[in-house]
Design a protein around this ligand. Structure first.
Ligand code: ATP
Length: 512
């Protein structure tokens, strides 16, 4: 077996064994689609969210953030179209009652693409191909639409007016707050509003570990532009030469393979319609690569005609090659002015912006909505970081230093020498003020290195007998196992430089 290539099931086992992710309420048998994050998992997840927020909100002048509530006025979901149309196609077994997503059943059994398939077509294929229950092999019932929103009630008395929904996406909370945020932050078009938060979907068949869950988190931006200036993207030059795997609707229709081309070519050949859309696609792709993911595992895929959501003019997915195939990692839709107009219509509120140039009120367009599931990003970073080092005979989790759950491991060489352990603890107390660190004195030093490698600890610091004499310690690199000797007084500085990308070998005296 190639120990570096994990299946999704093996990844779930690894995550449990190392304390990243557990099945929720496992002691009661678990509950499908819900997961809990252990210490390393929550650190990794927080780092992903922190770096995303830093890149797309804090480092930009044109994006601000919000943090909306999970339960909102139910009219939000009526206006957005979710009450009537946020559905998947459900088919159940007439005998054992097992429930399946119609499109997934077809994909699994017939190995054909089902992007954009509607109820009638799914029903036809199920009948024509005589597909049967995947569990017991019995007849399947008539497929029907199933709304994915979770309902609950607000207040002590349950009436039809107390019914509310858990939000199935974070986007609508941005639209509902659009006017307040725009006015308070004095935003001028073009601008974006971002949010990171929980979303809930009552998925018919949650599966593939963190890929399809019922409770997950999203990191989203709604990027608004002037309706008459949809082509004016002032940042496009930054990404024109950026190259990525592209799989357009035309390529899919004509059974062609994806192509590796630049953003400039995508725009010249009109593969991507607007510059803003191209810009955000490149930026999101780049973000993953900058944080250590492998560009070859990514492609951007355009939605085919029947696949487009009711609100979308054009949608591209950033896809990743998971062990179970190319799948959506992030959706980037051009939502036009659909949502703001719908909320204006239903709430009777004025969500327009006054255009100083034309002295007219305008409804901004969402030229692109990058919508990223945190847990899918979590999986991608883990898959691309996971490697098996034959020489070391252990797993090395090569996470980017900014994402690594624990940055530094502090190891006293031996555990039975009080002054040495004390010295190591002093170093640990100092380093943990700066980073997430761990102190480990159990087992041989080799065993401790292996444990550190497996959980992605970026650097380890060993305090030995010499440290007591000369106030110096050994730093070991997770990725190369290279070791250097540095003074304790310089340790923080050296580690900082190393985490910022400098070569460890240049930062201290090499240990042979
Ligand atoms: P899919 O086609 O995989 O069901 P979707 O098109 O319904 O996804 P969107 O509504 O575009 O997904 O949601 C935006 C992002 O939220 C997705 O790209 C994904 O990263 C994340 N996401 C959506 N549904 C789930 C889920 N059930 N579990 C985990 N992440 C999800």
């Amino acid at each position: 077996m190639d120990k570096s290539k994990l299946t999704i099931e093996e990844m779930a086992v690894f995550c449990k064994r190392k304390g990243f992710v557990y099945a929720n309420s496992e002691i009661y048998g678990g509950i499908a689609g819900f997961y809990d994050f252990g210490h390393l998992g929550v650190e990794l997840k927080n780092n992903i969210k922190k770096e995303w927020w830093k890149t797309f909100v804090q480092e930009r002048d044109d994006v601000v953030g919000i943090d909306g509530s999970i339960i909102t006025h139910p009219m939000v979901w009526k206006a957005s179209g979710h009450v009537d149309g946020f559905t998947d196609i459900l088919v159940d077994c007439r005998k054992c009652g097992s429930r399946f997503r119609g499109d997934q059943l077809i994909q699994d059994k017939l190995k054909i693409e089902t992007h954009g398939m509607q109820l009638e077509e799914i029903s036809k294929i199920l009948k024509e191909k005589k597909l049967r229950c995947a569990k017991c092999g019995s007849d399947l019932g008539e497929p029907k639409r199933f709304n994915l929103m979770f309902n609950t009630n607000v207040g002590p008395v349950q009436t039809s007016s107390s019914a509310v929904f858990l939000r199935p996406e974070t986007a609508q909370v941005i639209f509902a707050n659009f006017k307040l945020v725009q006015e308070n932050a004095r935003l001028k078009l073009p601008f974006g509003i971002a949010q990171i938060g929980k979303a809930f979907r009552n998925e018919i068949s949650p599966r593939d570990f963190l890929f399809r869950m019922r409770e997950f988190e999203q990191m989203e931006i709604e990027y608004f532009v002037h309706p008459d200036k949809q082509e004016e993207c002032n940042f496009i030059d930054e990404v024109l030469d950026y190259e990525l795997n592209v799989y357009s609707a035309d390529m899919q229709k004509n059974d062609k393979a994806m192509e590796k081309i630049t953003i400039k070519q995508c725009l010249n050949k009109k593969i991507i319609k607007t510059r803003w859309h191209a810009y955000w696609l490149a930026l999101m792709h780049k973000w993953f690569v900058e944080f250590g993911a492998n560009a070859e595992h990514f492609r951007i895929r355009q939605h085919v005609k029947d696949e487009l959501s009711h609100y979308a003019l054009d949608t591209w997915d950033l896809e990743y090659e998971f062990p179970f195939g190319w799948k959506e990692l992030q959706g980037l839709s051009n939502r036009t002015d659909f949502d703001l107009k719908k909320h204006m219509e239903h709430s009777k509120s004025d969500l327009t912006i006054f255009d100083e140039e034309t002295k007219k009120k305008i409804v901004p367009h969402v030229i692109c909505e990058p919508s990223q599931g945190v847990e899918r990003a979590f999986l991608v970073f883990l898959f691309d970081a996971y490697s098996y080092d034959k020489k070391r005979d252990n797993v090395v989790l090569k996470l980017h230093p900014k994402l690594a759950p624990i940055k530094v491991g502090i190891f006293p060489l031996v555990s039975n020498k009080a002054d040495l352990v004390k010295k190591a603890r002093d170093v640990y107390d100092e380093m943990k003020k700066e980073w997430a660190c761990t102190f480990d004195l159990s087992g041989s030093i080799g065993r401790r290195y292996a444990r550190a490698d497996e959980t992605g600890i970026y650097a380890t610091v060993t305090i030995d007998f010499e440290s007591l004499e000369d106030e110096s310690v050994t730093i070991r690199s997770r990725d190369t196992t290279e070791q250097v000797r540095v003074k304790i007084s310089e340790l923080k500085d050296v580690l900082k430089k190393y985490m910022d990308g400098e070569k460890l070998g240049k930062l201290g005296k090499k240990v042979e």
